[in-house]
Design a protein around this ligand. Structure first.
Ligand code: CTP
Ligand code: MG
Length: 229
């Protein structure tokens, strides 16, 4: 069985508010997306499909990377992932039961060892799983006025991260079903859960942040530097 990767990179980065989409901002002298792809290419994935916005003017400035293809992005992240899976399914060597790892372009700090641990751990599960972090803080539910209505136990509560690893055809069918039903899914696991399955959570190093706000850039640079030392 082969492993493939999909990297949704078609977002506009509204919360970052930078001149170019955040995945192309430079981090330690390299675009964020390039860091991300180089991490995935250090594992034994056969190839990576990157979803890009139609109006993307920055991709062509990245160096040519081996085993990397592109697909058109979509309106939502889940649409971008679906398009990349469609591209993979046209490859003659891709089998429906192959594993696919979906990883956000905006998570360049993921550790190669964590990706490898996910691949090894999830291989023992029929459906798939995802990197995740146990919640650290005390959790509150609030009303619309931001007043606390409830303290939610953090036991068994996790942050869902990426990569998320599933069987290729199953993930494609799950995302297509969610799209047809108009059900908004914000990660792959949610689409799989809607099919009645229970993905396994695999602990990630907390380095694996999603670069979202401007403050995250300094933190990401620090994490990458620490990894290189
Ligand atoms: N993404 C995508 N297609 C979309 C929306 C998002 O491929 N239609 C990608 C982003 O490029 C990013 C990942 O999904 O790598 C996670 O999304 P997020 O962090 O929300 O990025 P943006 O949507 O670009 O940021 P924002 O929500 O602040 O606009
Ligand atoms: Mg977004």
């Amino acid at each position: 069985l082969n492993y493939w990767a999909v990297v949704p990179a078609a977002g506009v980065g509204q919360r970052m508010g930078s001149a170019c989409p955040k995945q192309y901002l430079s981090l330690l002298g390299k675009p964020i997306l390039q860091h991300t792809l180089e991490k995935l290419l250090q594992t034994n994935v056969q190839g990576v499909v990157v979803s890009l916005a139609a109006e993307d003017n920055y991709w062509s400035q990245l160096p040519t990377l081996p085993r990397v293809w592109t697909a058109p992005g979509g309106t939502e992240r889940s649409d971008s992932v679906r398009h990349a899976l469609e591209k993979l399914l046209t490859f003659p060597e891709v089998k429906p039961n192959d594993w696919v790892l979906v990883h956000d372009a905006a998570r360049p700090c993921v550790r190669v060892s964590d990706i490898q641990n996910l691949m090894q751990t999830v291989a023992d599960y029929p459906i798939g799983g995802l990197l995740a972090n146990p919640v650290r803080d005390t959790m509150k539910r609030a009303d619309t006025q931001n007043c606390v209505t409830e303290t939610v136990s953090r036991q068994q509560l996790w942050h869902a991260l990426t990569p998320q690893m599933f069987r290729l055809q199953l993930l494609y069918d799950a995302l297509t079903t969610a799209a047809i039903q108009g059900y908004p899914v914000t990660d792959e696991s949610q689409a799989i859960e809607l099919m009645g399955y229970s993905p396994v959570l695999v602990s990630s190093h907390p380095d694996n942040i999603k670069i979202t706000h401007p403050d995250d850039l300094a933190l990401a640079a620090l994490f990458l530097q620490q990894q290189n030392n």
